[in-house]
Design a protein around this ligand. Sequence first.
Ligand code: ADP
Length: 620
Amino acid sequence: MPDASPKEQFENREFQTEVKKLLDIVINSLYTDREIFLRELISNSADALEKLRYESVVNKEVTGPDVLPLEISIELDDKEHTITVADTGIGMTRDELVENLGTIAHSGSKKFIQQLNDSDKKDFNLIGQFGVGFYSAFMVAKKIRVLTQSYLPGEPGCEWVSEGAGSYDVRTAEGLQRGTKIVLELKEDAYEFSEAARVKEIIRQYSSFVPFPIKVDRDQVNTIQAIWTRNKSEVTEEEYKEFYKFIANAFDEPLYHLHFTADAPLAINALLFVPENNFERYGFGRMEPGTNLYSRRVLIQPNSETILPEWLRFVRGVVDSEDIPLNISRETAQDSALIAKLQKVITGRFLKFLDKESQDDPEKYAQFWNTFGMFIKEGAMADFAYRKELAKLLRFESSAAEPGKLVSLADYTGRMKEEQMDIYFINGPSREAIEAGPYVEAFRAGGYEVIYTYEPIDDFVLSNLGEYEGKKLVSADSTGLELPGPGDKPGEEPLDSDNTTSLTAWLKEILGDKVSEVNSSSRLVDSPAIILNLNPMMTSSMQRVMQAANRDFGALGQKALEINTRHKLIKRLNELREEDPEFARVVAEQVFDNALISAGLVVNPRAMVERINQILEKTL
Ligand code: ADP
């Protein structure tokens, strides 16, 4: 590419604040992996070339590869200590240049910068995932020049120069060839990056899957291969790993990969990866989808939002289908019936794959579940179409498994008692809290398994599913569960039915609107009373979520109080009703509050302390 001949004076512009912060860290830190700058520049060039290839297919006006070959050429000068990375991609207009290399658009980047700032060991390996890869070049360069010519007809070429300290210069430049050329003037301690052997080694390590020729001083270093179109048996584990690192811009190793080919109903070559880490879980903000849609090896949609459902945004990979017309526009791909069909096939295959993996290697699947389970739950809540497949993938702790061990709904139904109709689950903050509470008493006594769920979303997921293999999913805090009563304990006689009727009526009167019903319960063993849900769509855990958001939410869920008429406290309360109605009232309110607390619901602490003091005074 001929150099620019200046036509006008440079305009000096400030970097956006975030960029300044980032550059400050990049320039003033010590790092171990600074050679990754080359991976970032090559990856930007490859993106620009992919876009050009696409444009030349859909837009005949654009000069195609037949006229100007699509490639990345790297030139080294070990006397001047420069490395130049040039591509024949789409290039940038002046506005794009200012926007792309002066500001940061990506939402997760601010967190990334903050984290870099806070940690002693600067890990720049992640830089490409946060949309700021270009700036990593300042790890090795004291000065960077960018010369770029947009593929759009009539746009002037542009030159950009910066030393990374606060500002950069831009001006238009004439005589450039389409694409972008980036010249790095290396820092003294980075001269190794102008040596051919070193640079070739880096390219082999990080960029061997770039689908365009990469030439170092005119010598092509990579062999181009679309490994997803190759036969499964010919691809090695090592190649899969390397390819994953390349397309996901990642440095971890994939947890799973699924490579498959289909001919009907659509011709598909797909290679999908599950990463090892879930950055969304670490609070880096929402993950962007990472599956690229190709048609006959031409990239149609990078990081496609439509090829997989949103809840599979953690998947990285390639889907190539020759049934997709090359000229399908990025916008119409959004609502094309063909893409919807493709999505369905691939999602189905992927979920089936996970199910099989979960059976073949449950331990590895547990690792997957602990890292990505949140996405499966999101799918089970959001996506009716796949709820059957997703239900198979859910895992929870349960009363029948050791702490830390996970069970599936299939495990559960496989060992259900013959007379048992429903699948029971209960939500609580922890296993200890659930097992100490009143809700599992009857199930324990009757030998029924209960699934333990620890996150509020779990109840939404299970209520949404409604059933599994014809068995209803029922929260253990619902009323009307048909459990054979555990109450045949000898020696503990329940209140007779007259007393029970008048006691429950009396309680309802005292508690008023706070409960919809008061009944006697056959499900309690050691607890005097329990709060149950009349509305199965509003379990206590859901109500806890609402309460956390809004303190006044207390009265909304329809609650029933059930009492254990075998319990000493309840029997004594029944007597107290006659002996000391005023005090009995105080005790009744406390019994109710205790039941609310066991359900994890909020009570009024001041009223409760006052009441307890009254009770203590009486008993001391
Ligand atoms: P990312 O590539 O992750 O978006 P970068 O900081 O590396 O973040 O680059 C910012 C943007 O600059 C890119 O998204 C792209 O639009 C533009 N860009 C960078 N390098 C090139 C290039 N070689 N050709 C065309 N555009 C480029």
